[in-house]
Design a protein around this ligand. Structure first.
Ligand code: G3H
Ligand code: ZN
Length: 277
């Protein structure tokens, strides 16, 4: 099946009151393992390519791999640019065939975030791609994206009202205390703020920093209205864990197959948790 946009998978999430997983992929092997599991589980999902992979020169190559593999699948797959840094990068991704893009204007003023999101929406919708934006900040750091934790990070409800009145985004990532990378201790997510945001936000809500969030908190977030959850760190760590487990074999395919098995196990677990199976 050719790639779809987030607008094809969010209605499924809303109807079933589940969250669509967004898994970051960084190598061919990880992409194979994630997509195989998505197909086995028949779970419409998002494949995200993040800034570290892009910095490593993989924007186009990973797009070709995912487009090719997804084309052989029955399960709907979205190919998504994660944390798009600027309009130029969005255009590069759209040209490479991404069916969805995030423009991360969370470090900009509200007015500038609206402006760059408007520009992105015009370009992306012109080619039938979906758009995610971000309000508030995701704590922690990952893929060279970091937030100055001393600055306010919680999304403001009024900003959500003003932002979504100005731009018709297909998804909105919000900062509620979630962080990129692994958490030190139990995450401190502000579900009260999430409830207030869910009441006023017309767009499907996105939770970044999915790695390390305990199952009970994931379930609460989905009940309140989160419809997309991003997972990157745990995907990478599971692949490395598998490689290391077989490092003594000193055999490439023994190691990478072990890495793929570990990724498949993690992806299956997240799919079942996010879809409340
Ligand atoms: O944009 C990617 C996600 O927010 C990943 O966060 O590495 O904490 O799972 P994570
Ligand atoms: Zn993120």
């Amino acid at each position: 099946m050719s790639l779809v946009t987030m607008n094809e998978v969010f209605p499924i999430a809303e109807e079933k009151k589940i969250a669509i997983p967004a898994f970051n992929v960084d190598t061919l092997e990880i992409a194979q393992a994630v997509l195989e599991t998505i197909e086995e589980e028949n779970a419409p999902s998002i494949i995200a390519v993040g800034q570290a992979a892009i910095k490593d020169g993989k924007l186009e190559a990973l797009a070709s791999i995912v487009t090719l593999l997804a084309g052989k699948m029955k399960t709907p797959v979205v190919l998504h640019l994660d944390h798009g840094q600027n309009f130029e990068q969005v255009i590069k991704a759209l040209r490479a065939g991404y069916s969805s893009v995030m423009i991360d204007g969370s470090t900009l003023s509200l007015a500038d975030n609206i402006a760059v999101t408007k520009q992105t929406l015009q370009a992306a919708h012109a080619v039938g791609a979906s758009v995610e934006a971000e309000l508030g900040a995701i704590l922690g750091s990952e893929d060279n994206i970091s937030h100055d934790d001393s600055k306010p990070f919680l999304v403001k409800v009024q900003d959500v009202v003003d932002f979504t009145s100005a731009v018709d985004v297909d998804a909105l990532a919000v900062g509620i205390g979630n962080a990129h990378g692994l958490y030190k201790g139990r995450p401190n997510l502000d579900f009260g703020r999430l409830r207030e945001v869910a009441e006023v936000c017309p767009a499907p809500l996105v939770l970044h920093g999915g790695s390390g969030i305990p199952a009970d908190m994931i379930k609460t977030a989905i009940e309140i209205g989160i419809r997309k959850i991003n997972v990157a760190t745990e995907v990478r760590l599971s692949y490395v864990k598998g490689l290391n487990a077989e490092s003594r074999s000193e055999d490439y395919y023994t190691m990478t197959n072990s890495g793929k098995c570990c990724v498949k196990e993690l992806v299956r677990e997240k799919i079942r948790l996010f879809s409340r199976r």
